[in-house]
Design a protein around this ligand. Structure first.
Ligand code: PRP
Length: 174
């Protein structure tokens, strides 16, 4: 398919929003330590920029998952492709995602990680396609609500390409 990319959210807007989110997190977790659980691969760019702007103590771990579902979601419909290195028991855990789309991944992930007894478990996502949710899941922190368009950049891929775009773009067929 021939296509071009239209800019949806500029690098400047993303940077400003990440600064706001980090400030909010600093306030919400004041006096605590925060453990970021970064979901590979798309979230890496967002997670690094966010972590650099948080001033409370932060630790990071990484996980890769595949999720399956068509709206009929139940616990267990998730395959862990790369397991966390560290136990999350008793930790203040913040799951970092690049996009909440159908919500199947985060729904299943929350079920899986809740069972490991974290002290708290919250979700931050850079992008949220609120109109697309098929599951009962909401992020605690959202960068931007976006319409149902195919977005790439800032970690998000199209056939594994374009993750390194410094802005969020929309794929438009020519
Ligand atoms: C994307 C994204 C979320 C999931 C969101 O990951 O990072 O994990 O899809 O979709 P959902 O809300 O409909 O479940 P993807 O499987 O594309 O992997 P990647 O981050 O490695 O590109």
């Amino acid at each position: 398919m021939e296509y071009h990319i239209d800019e949806l959210i500029s690098e400047e807007k993303i940077n400003s929003r990440i600064i706001e989110l980090a400030k909010q997190i600093d306030e919400d977790y004041a006096g605590k330590e925060l453990h970021l659980v970064v979901i590979l691969k798309g979230s890496v760019f967002f997670a690094c920029e966010l972590a650099k702007r948080i001033t409370i103590p932060v630790t990071m771990d990484f996980m890769a998952v595949s999720s399956y579902g068509n709206g009929m979601v139940s616990a267990g419909e998730i395959t862990v492709k790369k397991e966390l290195d560290e136990d999350i028991c008793d930790k203040e855990v913040l799951i970092v995602e690049d996009i909440l789309d159908s919500g199947v991944t985060l729904y299943n992930l929350k079920v899986l990680l809740s069972a490991r007894s974290p002290k708290s478990l919250k979700i931050i996502t850079l992008l949220d396609k609120k109109g697309n949710h098929e599951t009962d899941i909401e992020a605690d922190y959202v960068g931007f609500d976006i319409p149902n368009q195919f977005v790439i950049g800032y970690g998000l891929d199209y056939a594994q390409k374009h993750r390194n775009l410094p802005y969020i773009g929309v794929v438009v067929a020519d």
